[in-house]
Design a protein around this ligand. Structure first.
Ligand code: PEP
Ligand code: MG
Length: 888
């Protein structure tokens, strides 16, 4: 096994092994772009180290031989006193985790080689500043010294000299500072700062490995659903310096605008600065376009490289570069993160440019991005009080109370408050607060600052670099043009325009939703450009997808919306939703009925109401299938709460106020009370125990269908029996249903062609699917109950009780109620599909649990060969898109 790859040996397909950064450095090297030479230590080495606590035995020698080669190439030796080679040691995982893991620059500097560097560069101040940065970074990240101590010492040095910026400290000041920094290290770390350059390098490599498991990295991975066992690669790269004077600098560039997708020159440049200064948003940068006037030669070269990269990667790339005394160096590139809107636009732009085809375009977007585009925006007609304007870093409309630190953000959001996290700039320690906040607002930093990059990754609204805003985190307030915003005051931020408003601004629906609703058509302005892109991508998806998409809807209004959103029928109409409101009393009567007469009376009263509901529903879905599920929930859900009712009865008794109905109710509630209602009298069991209930529902469906037929409609109802565990249950219910249908057909003179099927939502049903298929014309997987019963997790309780602990411990990366558990629940689905089809080749198969609208689960349902997924109306476009992506 090989643990170290020279940049000339790798390529971009090796991201799993070399990390994203390493793989792309190799790719650029092989494209002949100016990359400082170096090598990458694999994620495999990291995994061995993390598992065993020791680096693999072969690693040391491999690193030595690669270092030798690097030294030869560079004509210098690591840390050599008179002509030192310096290297950076950078983390780089398979998936980008901005700012989450460690990096150490300037490795190789020591008391001896700092002098050599000064001579080599002809710059004493620069050399000592580099050494001071190394001790600081090394002390903090490798030796675990509190970074504040270095910051304080630096501040003191500036104060003593009565200057405000680092650059006003001269070589002598920095020499003193180095001495102090070394003292801090010795005192705090219990060891001296290592003078041996190889020891520096080895320790830095281990520190990068270890940084895979810091709390903030773990939190980020959970948030982004990045597996915890991938490990990071380590890139050892010869140093180039952007801080060697005004003809040096460092910057970040995008080949297109990551917010809109438009082509152009986007990025930031910082003159006379070193690597991390730009990303950290510490000093304000100039626009990349200004580089043209600063250094035309490098600018032109960069533009050309950007074009090469875009054509090569066939996608938006982001780039980190450094200019050392007029020589351009590429430090990193990757396929860049982008906003959801830009993803759709870029995908269609690249199709138009002939760089990718439609199938590839579908892979460049996803359902989560589409869902994000369906969020509402601020109402531009609303009266607003503009506070200021920053950079539109991550789109969306966020309203909340101002908070100025992450701790408060988390605390307030836990108690149900919506908050906007306001900081001068964010750093990785703010991650908790950023997750808790509705949106993030900073006064410093550009589109590539930490706040912007992380917010975009999370799909969270962010405005950054709003420079007029004076953020005072100590006093927890924000001042802008004389207005003071205190902690708790409401602000609204618009991540699409960068505008910041005082108070709550009303929000309006997204243009994409307006488009799906049929209220907006593709045109020329910005919103319309987005709509046009979404329209095209949806058309590709619809063309290639095999899965049909239906809606979970129980009334005509939802059904009509679902249809506009592209639903091809209803996969689940929960009839219990038709028994709420004023009808609850009628159900109460049914439950309380003592005699057949009373019961029939109650059912008789319900029949016309049910029928009317169905007529409306079938009309709304005319020509498309409508799966109506017979009553499912435990009956106590229709009765008053046992405690409340007991109290009411007791109080009435005390007043000698005898209420016959309440007494009967209480009796019934006691009788129906169950320890585990979800495993009790519900679903098909109700139909078997309460005479006439299912027959009434079937009659309502059949009569509604007959009426629609007679009105020249095209009703296509499917009757679905819930919670079946054995084919016998289904057979009994079916017999009755078939009889009722035959009666209605005879009475109305219609041929209804009603189909009858069942839900598969109990493990036994899945395991005996072959038998059940004999009595069912279709299956619809109820993956909510199936997940509940396979795991033994109460679907109503666990998310609030122990799931957090499970997620934290990594038992699963995401709730199995959200994304289908492929190995457990999914295995049952797969085998039930096979067994069902073996019995009845034409068996229609769908899913109507929440998973039907979850992107990853949709891919699974495609793979196992279902005919359709059914989800809530708003998720239909997402399901259509993901079904298309799964098929292409
Ligand atoms: C299910 O169990 O997955 C289902 C769709 O039914 P309900 O959520 O109504 O129990
Ligand atoms: Mg269910």
């Amino acid at each position: 096994q090989k643990f170290v790859y020279d940049f000339t040996e790798g390529n971009r397909d090796l991201k799993g092994l070399l990390g994203g950064k390493g793989a792309n450095l190799a790719e650029m090297t092989n494209l002949g772009l100016p990359v400082p030479p170096g090598f990458t230590i694999t994620t495999e080495a990291c995994k061995v180290y993390l598992d065993s606590g020791e680096e693999p035995a072969a690693l040391r020698d491999e690193v030595s031989s690669h270092l030798d080669a690097l030294e030869k190439t560079m004509g210098k030796q690591l840390g050599q006193a008179d002509n030192p080679l310096l290297v950076s040691v950078r983390s780089g995982a398979k998936f980008s985790m901005p700012g989450m893991m460690d990096t150490v620059l300037n490795i190789g500097l020591s008391d001896a080689s700092v002098v050599g560097l000064a001579k080599q560069a002809g710059e004493e101040r620069f050399a000592w500043d580099s050494y001071r940065r190394l001790i600081q970074m090394f002390g903090k990240t490798v030796l675990g010294v509190d970074g504040e101590l270095f910051e304080e010492a630096l501040e003191d040095a500036k104060a003593a000299k009565k200057v405000t910026v680092d650059t006003d400290l001269d070589a002598a000041d920095l020499k003193k500072l180095v001495k102090q920094f070394k003292k801090i290290v010795s005192r705090e770390a219990g060891r001296d700062f290592p003078q041996d350059p190889r020891e520096q390098m080895d320790l830095a490599i281990h520190a990068v490995f270890d940084s895979w498991n810091t709390d903030r990295a773990k939190l980020y991975r959970r948030q982004e659903r990045i597996p915890g066992d991938l490990g990071t690669a380590v890139n050892v790269c010869s140093m180039v310096f952007g801080n060697l004077g005004p003809d040096s600098g460092t910057g970040v560039a995008f080949t297109r605008d990551p917010a809109s997708g438009h082509q152009g020159v986007y990025g930031d440049y910082l003159q006379n600065a070193q690597g991390e200064d730009v990303v950290a948003g510490i000093r304000n940068t100039v626009a990349l376009a200004d580089l043209e006037s600063i250094d035309k030669k490098s600018y032109d070269q960069l533009m050309q490289i950007m074009e090469t990269l875009e054509t090569h990667y066939k996608d938006l790339c982001d780039i980190e570069f450094t200019i050392e005394r007029g020589q351009l160096w590429m430090l990193q590139t990757r396929v860049g993160k982008r906003t959801a809107g830009a993803a759709f636009r870029i995908a269609t732009q690249l199709v138009d440019q002939g760089l990718i085809d439609e199938a590839e375009a579908l892979q460049r977007v996803n359902g989560a991005q589409l869902a994000q585009l369906m969020f509402p925006r601020f109402d531009d007609q609303a009266k607003t009080e503009l506070l200021g304007r920053g950079i539109a870093a991550s789109p969306g409309a966020a309203v909340g109370k101002a908070v100025f630190d992450s701790y408060t953000a988390v605390k307030w959001s836990r108690s149900g408050e919506k908050v906007i996290l306001i900081r001068r700039e964010t750093n990785p320690d703010d991650l908790d607060g950023m997750i808790a906040a509705e949106g993030i607002l900073t006064s410093r930093g550009g589109k590539t600052s930490h706040a912007a990059v992380v917010a975009r990754g999370m799909g969270k609204t962010c405005v950054c670099g709003a420079e007029e805003l004076e953020v005072d985190t100590k006093r927890r307030r924000l001042t802008v043009n004389g207005t003071v915003i205190e902690e708790g005051d409401v602000v609204s931020i618009d991540g699409s325009t960068g505008k910041v408003y005082l108070g709550e601004v009303p929000v309006v629906p997204s243009p994409v939703v307006e488009y799906f609703e049929g209220r907006m058509h593709a045109g020329a302005d910005d919103a319309n450009e987005l709509v046009a892109a979404v329209h095209r991508i949806m058309a590709y998806a619809d063309r290639v997808r095999r899965l049909r998409v239906r809606a979970n809807a129980d009334n005509a209004e939802d059904a009509l919306r679902a249809r506009r959103f592209g639903a091809q029928g209803i996969g689940l109409c929960r009839t219990e939703h038709m028994f709420l409101g004023e009808r609850r009393e009628m159900v109460e009567k049914l439950i309380l009925a003592d005699t057949d007469d009373e019961r029939e009376h109650a059912l008789h009263a319900l029949l016309p109401l049910q029928k009317k509901d169905f007529i409306e529903l079938f009309e709304a879905m005319d020509g498309l299938p409508v799966t109506v599920r017979l009553l499912d929930p435990p009956l106590h859900e229709f009765l008053p709460d046992i405690t409340e009712l007991s109290v009411r009865v007791a109080l009435a008794e005390a007043r000698k106020d005898h209420n016959e109905n309440d007494l009967r109710l209480l009796q019934a509630v006691h009788k129906l009370h169950e320890q585990n209602p979800m495993l009790g009298l519900r679903g098909v069991r109700l139909g078997l125990v309460i005479p006439g209930l299912f027959a009434m529902q079937v009659r309502a469906i059949a009569e509604a269908a007959a009426e629609r037929k007679n009105a020249k409609g095209d009703p296509r109802p499917e009757i679905m029996i819930p919670l079946v565990g054995t084919v016998q249950e289904l057979e009994i219910v079916r017999e009755e249903a078939d009889r009722v249908i035959a009666e209605v057909q005879a009475a109305t003179g219609t041929d209804l062609r009603l189909t009858i099927g069942t839900m598969i939502e109990l493990p036994r049903a899945a395991l005996t699917a072959g038998q059940i298929a004999e009595a069912a014309e279709f299956f619809s997987f109820g993956t909510n109950d199936l997940t509940q019963t396979v795991w033994g997790f109460s679907r109503d309780d666990v998310e609030a009780s122990f799931f957090t602990a499970y997620l934290e411990k990594g038992i699963f990366g995401v709730s199995p109620f959200e994304t289908i558990d492929r190995d457990g629940v999914g295995a049952l689905v797969r085998s039930a599909v096979e067994a069902g089809r073996a019995t009845r080749p034409g068996l229609k198969l769908g899913v109507c649990g929440e998973h039907g609208g979850d992107p990853e689960s949709v891919h699974f349902f495609h793979e196992v060969g279902l005919d359709y997924v059914s989800c809530s109306p708003f998720r239909i476009p997402v399901a259509r898109l993901e079904a298309g992506r799964a098929a292409s």
